[in-house]
Design a protein around this ligand. Sequence first.
Ligand code: ACM
Ligand code: ZN
Length: 561
Amino acid sequence: MKIFKPFLAVFVCCLSAVAMNAGDIAAVGKTPVFRADYRVIPLPDAINGIKNTSFVLSQEKLINYPTGNRDMERNAMFLSQYIEDMTGMHLSIRPSRITKDRTDNITLLLDNEMQQEEGYRITVTSEGVEISGKTPEGVFQGIQVLRKSLPICKNVKVFLPTAQIEGHPRFGYRGMHLDCVRHFFSTEMVKRYIDIMALHGMNRLHWHLTDDQGWRIEIKKYPRLTEVGAWRNGTTLGHNSPVNDGIRYGGFYTQEEIRDIVKYAQDRYITIIPEIDMPGHMVAALTAYPELGCTGGPYEVWTKWGVTDDILCMGKDNTLRFIEEVLREVVDLFPGKYIHIGGDESPRVRWQTCPLCQQRIKDLGIKAEGNQSAEAKLQGVLTTHVQQYLSKFGKRIIGWDELLGCDVDNTATIMSWRGSEPGSKGALLGHDIIMTPVDPLYFDYYQTSKTWNEPQAFGGCNTLKKVYDFEPVAPELPADKRHHILGAQANVWTEYITCEPQVQYQVLPRMAALAEVLWLEPQDKDFKDFKARLQYLTEIYKLYNWTYRAKSLVEEDEEKE
Ligand code: ACM
Ligand code: ZN
């Protein structure tokens, strides 16, 4: 249950000292005073003990962190940078063990007694501010809250009202996806996307790196994947129009760049989950190595959108070797527990007529059963093979919900995209589930039904309110299965999203709504209140020059509120 002690509205600019002690008044003179507001997005679980006293932020204050703890040192550097971004004040950081150092300063602390791994507690008194967490990750989340509560204003007095603020996320998996295939984005853009995620308390980046329209990850053993597969001869205009712009398009990330991005994300407590989609969505790889397909090609990196019949041939030993060798390099680049192996939209028509695939089915003794074809089971064989291969490196797979139809064992985590129902079904079978239903979590969909003045999107209509109202755990799911719902993720496919401002426009402010879905208990959500708080969050978007859909803040929602 969240307990709120509402206090004065945002950033009351008061020339008279309302909430200051005598010393403060003398120091303030005629300098405007801005008060921090802790009612940020996502909303803390509790804001207690608000008093008429404050901690006064100033350049002279220090940020203490536990001596010798590199994670906490980095946290302190982040806080210092954020305070400078918001207020122009530069606070130095200092390793500290002694309690007296803490007085009149900001202190970052680890507290083993705290329950939640990612939970935070911010204690503000007139003497100092403490940001505590059980882990450095929790402290980082507390830092995000403090950062968002500050005014964006230079040369003013900033008062932090005395309070105790606590919070922790409802779900451990709080994801954003980014398709860097259909359109390619620079390493700087990906880092900014990570910055946006960190501000919103998101912690998993699902990075879509391979598809029919390009191969975007350097694999040393297979250089043609990027020499050939990373480039396409033009791009269809719009939704698969007959017109192709004829402009060669592509790009890829070197392994060095990937390591750099992985570290950048790790520093912000964001784990990157790479997706190598198989056996479908593989035309870029087939163009580079046509012998891996059933027909042997020739193939051409796709210049249009959709689903193709050309997928990896499962009758060839080379295909499995290729997959293993690619994944071997992927495993070394991404230290997280999960590798996403796709598995979606994989027509099996080539397998039905390929003598080698049919021979494989025969050799393995695979038989169609009920409405499950032998070819569907063959995809299961591939998935299980990959699952076992990756488990040698301590990794687990995530796959799209099509895998539920392929006899895959329940150590595979499933992303439920064709609605929430596959997720519930998978949870009943004992799979861990990440909810990412097209409706409402495809952020490449429109944000309004009035689309005439919107940048081109996939279709659909996922309004801010629809996202805010999303509930990841279906009410009918039995209590003993609910823990399988690890969280949720918004997907950003980029067929029609060509540049960074358009990506930002599609995700902001919907990411803010998703953040509250993933941090708050359903009974604590309140759309009207969220929208009021969103006004201020968008000021932070402006500070960083991030593009966002401002209309979502003012227009009447199309849903009934
Ligand atoms: C998907 O949108 N094809 C997972
Ligand atoms: Zn084949």
